[in-house]
Write a protein that binds this ligand. Structure first.
Ligand SMILES: Nc1ncnc2c1ncn2[C@@H]1O[C@H](COP(=O)(O)OP(=O)(O)O)[C@@H](O)[C@H]1O
Ligand SMILES: [Mg+2]
Length: 340
C-alpha cells in the first residue's frame, strides 16, 4: 500500500446519467461539507446527458445554481491531475465498471470496486449467478431475454410459471427500483415483462420472499473486509419503490436493526461473503431479506456505490459501528492507495 499524501487531492465525480443523479449530488455535498479538512476535494458534476461541467460550473451546481455543461463528454486532464478519483455516481455509467475501466486505462487511483466487481454488482442476473456459485442463499429466479420473450413467449411463460406467485420482475441493469414490478398473476407478470424490456434487453423474474424484513450491512475494505452493524429499512408501500426511496419521510431506517444477535451475525457473514464473491473493493452495501417466521435469510443484492449522504444507510451503519463520517471518507480515500 502506497501511503496517501497528507491531504490528498481527490476528484469527486458526482451526478451522472442515472436516475440517482440527485442522490449523488446530495452525497457530494455531504462530503464537501464534512470532510474538506482531510481531503482536498475537486468536485466535478457530470450532467444527466453524460457531459462534464467544468470546475467552476460544478461548484455552482453543487451550490444549487443552474449551470450547463460545456466541452467534452470526459475531462481527461482533470482525471490525471489529482492523487485519486472518487466516482460517487450510482447506477449505469457510474457504478457498473464503465467509468472504472477509464480509470484503469489512464492508470489513476480510485475509490471503490474495480471493473469486474462493479460490473458484476450492477447486473442482477450475473450477480445472482456469482452469488449462487459462491453458495449464498437467494430467492429462486429466472432470467429472460427480450428476444426469447418475442420469439417464444409460451416457452418463457412455462418456465416462469414454476416460480409460483407472486413474483418480482426487474430489468437486469438499472437500480433505484426503476422498471421493477410485483406481479400476482400471469397477466400482471406478462405486462411487467413488457415494461422491463423497455429498459433492458434482459430481465430477471424472482419469487417474492414472503414475510420479509429488509436488512442492510455496510462492508469496507479490500481482501479482508469489515462488516458493520446491521440496519433495517421499513416503509408503508408495497415494496421499496422509487418514491419510497427518495421522498423524505417515506422510509424508516433503523440502525442498528432490532433483530436477534445471531441473525445480525449471519447478515454480516453473508455480506462479507457477497463482497468477496463479486470481487468488490473499498465499499459496498449488501441488502438482505429475513423472514422472522421461517427464520430464513437470503441475499437480495450488493450495491458497490451506495448512497453517501450523512443520513444515508451506508455512513449511518459505520457511524453506529464507531466510524464517524469524516473518518469513513478518509478511510475510503486511503483504500484507493491500497494494492489492487
Ligand atoms: N424477491 C423479492 N421478494 C420480495 N421483495 C422484493 C424482491 N425483490 C425486490 N423486492 C422489493 O423491491 C425492492 C427493490 O428491489 P431491488 O432488487 O433491491 O432493486 P434495486 O436494485 O432497484 O434496489 C426491494 O428493496 C424490495 O422491497
Ligand atoms: Mg435495492
Amino acid at each position: 500500500m502506497t501511503a496517501p499524501p497528507d491531504r490528498p487531492r481527490v476528484l469527486l465525480l458526482c451526478g451522472g446519467r442515472s436516475a440517482e443523479h440527485e442522490v449523488s449530488i446530495a452525497s457530494a455535498r455531504s462530503l464537501l461539507a464534512e470532510t474538506s479538512e482531510r481531503v482536498a476535494w475537486e468536485p466535478r458534476v457530470i450532467d444527466r446527458d453524460g457531459r462534464w461541467l467544468d470546475a467552476a460550473a460544478s461548484l455552482r451546481r453543487l451550490a444549487g445554481d443552474d449551470a450547463t455543461a460545456t466541452g467534452a463528454p470526459v475531462d481527461l486532464e482533470a482525471l490525471t491531475d489529482v492523487d485519486a478519483v472518487f466516482p460517487l455516481i450510482h447506477g449505469p455509467f457510474g457504478e457498473d465498471g464503465r467509468l472504472q475501466g477509464l480509470f484503469e486505462v489512464l492508470d489513476v487511483r480510485y475509490v471503490g470496486s474495480g471493473v469486474l466487481g462493479s460490473a458484476v454488482g450492477m447486473d442482477k442476473l450475473v450477480m445472482k449467478a456469482v452469488l449462487g456459485a459462491a453458495g449464498l442463499p437467494q430467492v429462486a429466479h429466472e432470467g429472460v431475454t427480450r428476444d426469447a420473450w418475442r420469439r417464444a413467449p409460451d416457452a418463457v411463460r412455462a418456465r416462469l410459471d414454476d416460480l409460483g406467485w407472486p413474483v418480482y420482475v426487474k430489468p437486469a441493469n438499472l437500480g433505484s427500483s426503476i422498471g421493477i414490478a410485483r406481479a400476482g398473476d400471469p397477466t400482471e407478470r406478462d405486462a411487467a415483462l413488457d415494461a422491463a424490456f423497455g429498459f433492458d434487453r434482459r430481465a430477471i423474474v424472482e419469487r417474492a420472499f414472503p414475510d420479509k424484513r429488509e436488512l442492510e450491512v455496510a462492508v469496507l475494505g479490500v481482501d479482508d473486509p469489515e462488516a458493520s452493524v446491521v440496519g433495517e429499512i421499513s416503509f408503508g408501500s408495497a415494496f421499496y419503490d422509487y418514491a419510497t426511496k427518495y421522498e423524505v419521510g417515506r422510509a424508516r431506517l433503523d440502525v442498528p436493526a432490532d433483530v436477534p444477535e445471531r441473525v445480525a451475525d449471519a447478515c454480516r457473514a453473508l455480506a462479507r461473503r457477497a463482497f468477496l464473491a463479486v470481487d468488490a473493493a473499498g465499499l459496498a452495501r449488501v441488502d438482505l431479506f429475513w423472514s422472522p417466521s421461517r427464520d430464513e435469510l437470503v441475499v437480495n443484492e450488493i450495491n458497490t456505490m451506495p448512497g453517501f449522504t450523512a443520513t444515508s444507510m451506508y455512513p449511518r451503519l459505520w457511524a453506529a459501528s464507531g466510524l464517524a463520517y469524516p473518518e469513513l471518507a478518509a478511510r475510503l480515500v486511503a483504500l484507493a492507495f491500497a494494492e489492487r
